[in-house]
Design a protein around this ligand. Structure first.
Ligand code: MG
Length: 388
């Protein structure tokens, strides 16, 4: 067994410094010129020394994975609540599917995978309980103070509410991860610059992911059937590609194969359609790509087909009577809890009561409710509903 004393501190420091050089060298060797480089990061709000063997975006990813808000995604609805079964996606498994698809796109395009993974794992962290039903209810409750957006709430969690490090509030993430989320929060406002390609990739992966898995979950839950879905051009195209492989399939394997193909054909389409724009950008830096307005997008044909699928999913799945019933109950509960807490702020945990003065009572109650999992929200409702 080697003696520990054979590794003196100065040789460890020199190993660390050479590791950081290795990060830069590795990125120079592996990444395209237009990828975001760790060394070009805008840094963190509270300056910190570099980590000896993890790059800045790798640290961001790790901080996100270790946050309470990330773990709570396992108890938050994506589209279908936990009492509808245990096959369908939760907000957490959705998040990891997004990260997986985004990394595939990013690796193929030689973008910064550590940044992509951090952005992907972070992108839905601000979702309140009960998915978009919960978000709509909170938005309505907070109408007088600017409404509620899960994208903005992700920033509140990352910058203020997560309390895990003695040196700073929040997670102290890099400017690039926070800016990527700010871009999502301000999606409807005119932007000066297009986002980094890594941010664009994660947004595309999000859309590819939910179109595919909501199709899968909806069939599994019996809300729609495969023949209905095969009338949708994008699903029919996926089914055609499955059939071309020559092995006749039916039932579960046919459904799974169509879902895999839905992902594969969209990823392939994005890569093929973006090739000319990226060849124009071949020698640009990440910032020059932003200034030039380079966009990575699906082809117009696939974009049109995605719109048809998404409109079908909206009408037939997201507004299915079974989903609407859950939505109505969840929204009524959140409204009841919101007004109960506004009337009885003493029922808030102390760390939220301390936020009433700087941020206002309504916003504080909204933030408290938004951080809950579905199950915690149900239990808190039972307690609060009995408040006189
Ligand atoms: Mg998402």
């Amino acid at each position: 067994m080697p003696e520990l004393s054979s590794c003196p501190e100065d040789s460890l420091a020199s190993a660390n410094s050479s590791f950081l050089q290795t990060v830069a060298q590795r990125e120079a060797a592996l990444l395209a010129p237009y990828a975001m480089r760790s060394g070009d990061s805008g840094g963190r709000k509270y300056p910190e020394p570099e980590h000896p063997y993890r790059g800045p975006f790798q640290r961001d990813r790790d901080r996100i994975v270790h946050s309470a808000a990330y773990r709570r995604l396992s108890g938050k609805t994506q589209v279908f609540t936990g009492d509808m079964g245990d096959y369908h996606r939760t907000r957490l498994t959705h998040t990891y599917e997004v990260a997986s698809i985004a990394r595939t796109l990013g690796r193929t395009l030689r973008l910064n995978e550590d940044l992509i993974e951090a952005l992907a794992l972070f992108h839905d962290i601000g979702h309140p309980p009960f998915g978009h039903a919960g978000e709509d209810a909170l938005d309505e409750c907070l109408e007088q103070v600017g409404g509620f957006s899960h994208n903005r709430f992700a920033l509140t969690l990352a910058e203020e509410l997560e309390s895990r490090y003695p040196e700073f509030p929040g997670l102290n993430l890099t400017r690039e991860v926070l800016d990527g989320q700010t871009h999502r929060a301000e999606k409807n406002q005119p932007a000066q610059l297009v986002p980094l390609l890594e941010v664009q990739i994660v947004d595309l992966a999000d859309s590819i992911t939910y179109d595919a898995h909501d199709t899968d979950d909806a069939v599994k839950l019996g809300l729609v059937d495969l023949p209905q879905l095969l009338e949708i051009p994008l699903v029919a195209l996926a089914a055609e590609r499955v059939a071309q492989r020559g092995r006749p399939l039916s039932g579960k394997l046919l459904r799974s194969s169509i879902v895999h193909e839905l992902i594969d054909l969209q990823v392939t389409d994005v890569l093929a359609h973006s090739a000319p724009a990226l060849s124009t950008a071949a020698n640009m830096t990440s910032q020059q790509v932003r200034s030039a307005g380079i966009l990575i997008e699906p082809s117009p044909a696939i974009q049109a087909q995605k719109r048809v699928l998404e409109s079908f999913l909206f009408d037939r799945v997201y507004r299915h009577p079974k989903i609407l019933e859950v939505r109505t109950i969840a929204q009524a509960r959140l409204r009841t809890m919101f007004y109960a807490l506004v009337n009885h702020p003493d029922k808030l945990p102390m760390r939220f009561r301390e936020r009433i003065e700087p941020f206002g009572l309504e916003r504080t109650v909204g933030d408290y409710l938004a951080g809950m999992t579905d199950r915690y929200c149900d239990a808190a409702y039972q307690r609060l509903a009995n408040v006189p």
